[in-house]
Every structure is written in structure tokens, then in C-alpha cells.
Design a protein around this ligand. Structure first.
Ligand code: TYC
Length: 104
């Protein structure tokens, strides 16, 4: 007979795309945790509290943020979703610091 119909086997690249890989990306709007300066809290206490409250806060970064708040009046110490920002601000305040949150 005539020509044999030849159907190429589907290449891997021609198969149905797999479901999109799901990633752990927050859908929640970011908030800033802001540390404010004051005239009385010892610098060492500010550094210690930052390291106690904010996850993965290095000594170097805590000192730098404390100095920024001390010299400029305030410093953004963390960004995260609103509930967590509220928690960190409350914990900073319960240790005697002044902290607020605001949308990023
Ligand atoms: N200003 C304080 C002092 O001179 C130190 C300080 C720094 C306090 C940062 C609060 O968020 C702050 N002892």
C-alpha cells in the first residue's frame, strides 16, 4: 500500500504542563514594625530586646537599628504581615520600648 502514517511519539516537552508549582508566598499585605527613640532606655537594653523579640536578629543589626532609632528618631526593625507585626510591637512595648506598626 501507500505511505504508512507515522505519528511521532509525544516528546516530554509536548506533554500537558504539570500543575504550577505552589510556593509559600504570603497573600497578606506587608507591615513595618517601627522602633522609636526615647530619652531614658539604656542602649544595651534596646539591643537586648530587639534580639529577644525579632527572629534572626544579629548583634550587628540590633546595634545598627538601635543607633538609627537613637540618631534619626525611628527605625524599621522588621517587615511582615499585620498580625505578626502587632505581636512584635506589643512584645517590644512590654519590654519598655516604644513601637508602632504601619502599612509598608
Ligand atoms: N536614646 C536612648 C539613650 O540615649 C537609647 C535608645 C535608642 C532608646 C533607641 C530607644 O529605640 C531606642 N539611652
Amino acid at each position: 500500500m501507500g505511505l504508512t502514517t507515522y505519528t511521532a511519539p509525544a516528546l516530554a516537552t509536548e506533554t500537558e504542563p504539570r500543575e504550577k508549582t505552589r510556593r509559600e508566598v504570603s497573600q497578606e499585605p506587608p507591615y513595618k514594625v517601627i522602633l522609636h527613640n526615647d530619652d531614658y532606655t539604656p542602649m544595651e537594653h534596646v539591643v537586648a530586646v530587639l534580639r529577644k523579640v525579632i527572629p534572626r536578629m544579629s548583634m550587628r543589626r540590633a546595634v545598627s537599628l538601635m543607633i538609627e532609632a537613637h540618631t534619626r528618631g525611628k527605625a524599621v526593625v522588621h517587615k511582615c504581615h499585620k498580625e505578626l507585626a502587632e505581636l512584635y510591637a506589643e512584645q517590644l512595648k512590654s519590654e519598655g520600648l516604644t513601637a508602632t506598626i504601619e502599612p509598608d
